[in-house]
Design a protein around this ligand. Structure first.
Ligand code: FES
Length: 115
């Protein structure tokens, strides 16, 4: 039996201004490497595949940087689409109405777990 491992510790996603944090992660899901963006809001964490629903490019404008200057939304570096942190819905830009691909996760014991 393989023991499940956490994705990361909550503290691996340090909080910035506005009580949010961001991190780039590389996960193995179903034996495939998946590049993921992690956004923390307080003690909640949201994971999304790092691929814009517009044309599929990574969202980060610098490695591991995903949030807009006000830290209120996820920003796509390629054409400036804005996504809601808590559900990945695009509210502005060429893919308005589309969603980032959610990777379900939960926080338990100060660790982030898939599922
Ligand atoms: S690739 Fe993200 S808005 Fe165009």
């Amino acid at each position: 039996m393989v023991k499940a491992k956490p994705v990361c510790a909550l503290d691996d996603i340090p909080l910035l201004d506005g009580n949010v944090g961001e991190a780039a992660l590389e996960l193995k899901i179903d034996n495939k490497k998946v590049f993921v963006l992690a956004i923390r809001q307080g003690d909640d964490v949201f994971l999304y595949k790092n691929s814009c629903p517009h044309i599929g490019t990574p969202l980060d404008f610098n490695p591991g940087r995903f949030l807009n200057p006000d830290n209120t939304h996820i920003l796509c570096a390629t054409h400036g689409a804005l996504f809601e942190i808590a559900n990945g819905n695009c509210i502005y830009g060429p893919c308005e109405g589309k969603n980032l691909e959610t990777i379900p996760c939960r926080v338990e014991g100060g660790q982030v777990w898939l599922g």
